[in-house]
Design a protein around this ligand. Structure first.
Ligand SMILES: Cc1cc2nc3c(=O)[nH]c(=O)nc-3n(C[C@H](O)[C@H](O)[C@H](O)COP(=O)(O)O)c2cc1C
Length: 386
């Protein structure tokens, strides 16, 4: 492949290639990898190919409005950044870069419990709508502290992730020995040495830590641990619906469950008063062999779409994927790797590039579909091949 730079990245695949070049292998594979045989991960994107868009013409499409409302927040585009862990490992600006880029594009951005920039700093810095992603820990003191800090930092939405009750078996991480913080092993040494720019950036921007957790757990900040082991040992495996309801009660703002995949659970989420669910399998990083968000979307929308918002999360690499999910009934669409490759490739400029590429694709495809507003997309414009 000819030399690739941010300027000539045409799509998310190009940004992935650039990220691969810039990152030491263990870190690239932590982002890029998924559980076991990665069949669910692959299917998350290929599911969109089983469904075709049927365009209408002569729609007078000079002016396009792609804004949507998600949990009371007006977004200038129907795609937002899902919460992801450890961002300062991918680029030293981490969440600062993603937050600023999301703000520029007028969209929502999610901040993980495993964030590497404090909620307080993000709250001050970014005026765009913000979602705090909550991991339910064994330590009740830590859970209370997370909730309080998200409130103090004026986050708009609390999202409880429900699909990480144990860590997925991420075999690429087992091969590379990936941990947070990164640990030099004989296997990774060569890779870190071969990426001196990343290594210099990491070493010259110290204080890599899981800032909201470090007062409660050493693992992840001072003691190296794999993310899978973190989930399996630190999160509360007895978490159930009453814990979710309890959390919902304690949070005064909008509340969302992330990782709902069945109609039964979606109904229960609506019954307990969730404002939205994110239909998600954690980017294929948890239960390999499970169904994909796009495959599962229509039955969930049909069951609960009139009671709460349904967000499709994962697998999105193209504007046309976004339009298919919206036409199937999603309120909005979110993704992780689509902006993480870009963050790793070039920090804030990279994330802006990714969002810019996807926004341009959404706009072009809306015009080609003959729709001027997101609300005009509907299931008549979709045909499934099988
Ligand atoms: C590197 C990485 C870290 C992630 N960290 C979190 C996290 O801390 N909390 C969470 O709820 N989801 C996390 N996710 C899942 C994303 O929020 C999202 O569900 C997933 O990336 C969607 O799939 P996609 O990458 O194909 O868009 C992570 C995903 C990736 C790739």
């Amino acid at each position: 492949m000819p030399s690739i730079s941010l300027k000539n990245c045409r799509n998310i695949d190009d940004l992935r290639a650039l990220a691969r070049r810039r990152l030491p292998g263990p870190i690239f594979h932590y982002i890029d990898g998924a559980a076991e045989d990665e069949t669910t991960y692959q299917r998350n994107t290929s599911a969109f190919e089983d469904c075709d868009l049927v365009p209408n013409v002569l729609g007078g499409v000079a002016d396009i409005d792609m804004s949507v409302e998600v949990m009371g927040c007006k977004l200038d585009m129907p795609l937002f950044c899902s919460p992801t862990a450890l961002q300062r490992l991918f680029h030293h600006d981490g969440e600062r870069a993603v937050g600023r880029a999301a703000e520029k594009f007028g969209t929502l951005f999610g901040v993980s419990s495993l964030a590497t920039v404090s909620l307080a700093e993000i709250g001050e810095m970014v005026s765009t709508p913000k979602m705090f992603q909550f991991y339910f820990h064994k330590d009740p003191g830590l859970n209370t502290a997370l909730l309080e800090r998200a409130k103090e930092a004026k986050f708009d939405i609390l999202t409880l992730t429900v699909d990480t009750i144990v860590g997925g078996k991420r075999e690429r991480d087992l091969v590379t020995g990936f941990t947070t913080p990164p640990r030099l092993t004989p296997a990774s040494l060569f890779s870190f040495a071969a990426h001196p720019r990343w290594t210099f950036d990491f070493v010259s921007h110290p204080n890599f830590e899981l800032i909201e957790l470090k007062d409660y757990v050493k693992e992840g900040s001072n003691v190296a641990i794999s993310v899978g082991d973190y989930f399996s040992t630190m999160l509360d495996q007895s978490m159930d619906w009453s814990d979710a309801e309890d959390l919902r009660e304690k949070w005064s703002g909008k509340f969302c469950l992330k990782g709902v995949m069945s109609v039964e659970d979606a109904r229960r989420a609506a019954d307990m008063g969730c404002d939205a669910i994110m239909v998600s399998n954690h980017g294929g990083r948890q239960l390999d062999g499970s169904r994909t968000p796009f495959d599962q979307l229509t039955e969930i929308v049909d069951a609960v779409g009139d009671r709460m918002e349904v967000i499709l999360d994962g697998g999105v690499r193209r504007g046309s994927h976004v339009l298919k999910a919206l036409a199937a009934g999603a309120t909005a669409v979110s993704g992780g790797r689509m902006y993480l490759y870009a963050l790793a490739a070039a920090g804030q400029a990279g994330v802006e590039h990714a969002l810019g590429v996807l926004r341009a694709e959404i706009e072009r495809d809306m015009k080609l579909m003959g729709v001027t507003k997101i609300s005009r997309l509907n299931r008549n414009m979709l045909r499934w091949r099988r």
